[in-house]
Design a protein. Structure first.
Length: 153
């Protein structure tokens, strides 16, 4: 959901945020299932057009609204953006967010002990992810090119 919100902010699109607790004890609210049949977030409504899945939504936002381009037009740069998004989706997100951040920070905030074995097991993959993202960015301020792209979001 953050990626979609960041794309909307970068494009300076006014929007209404409708909060949905997909982890509610009573389950995903039925009205949300009409927007996203798998009960996940995000989902977007633009007029009578409905869309879910982050990648589809941010590409739609980039194409449908004026403002900065969040996708390079150069084929090689666009391929690199898609490569980085793939790395983040397939390898980094679960490792960095769920295994390490939630395992350490959220657990402590909620008064639970961290699962040190799970965190330790995640660290090698996290190191590879971060090393590769660093290598691909080639020391630039943004991951690809001179401005914000989907890779940065």
């Amino acid at each position: 959901m953050r990626i979609v919100r960041l794309a909307l902010e970068e494009k300076e699109v006014k929007y209404d945020l409708v909060g949905v607790d997909v982890f509610a004890k009573t389950g995903v609210p039925k009205e949300h299932l009409t927007r996203h049949p798998f009960g996940r977030i995000p989902a977007i409504e633009h007029g009578d057009f409905r869309l879910y899945e982050t990648g589809a939504i941010v590409r739609y936002i980039d194409d449908a609204f004026p403002g900065c381009n969040l996708q390079p037009t150069d084929p090689k740069a666009r391929a690199k953006v898609n490569q980085i998004v793939g790395i983040l989706d397939a390898y980094a997100y679960r490792t960095l967010v769920w295994d390490i951040y939630v395992g350490r920070v959220v657990s402590a905030r909620e008064g639970r002990l961290a699962d040190e074995r799970k965190i330790a097991a995640a660290l090698p993959r996290a190191a590879v992810c971060l090393s590769e993202l660093n290598r691909l960015s080639d020391g630039r301020e943004y991951l690809i090119g001179g401005g914000v792209t989907f890779a940065d979001l």
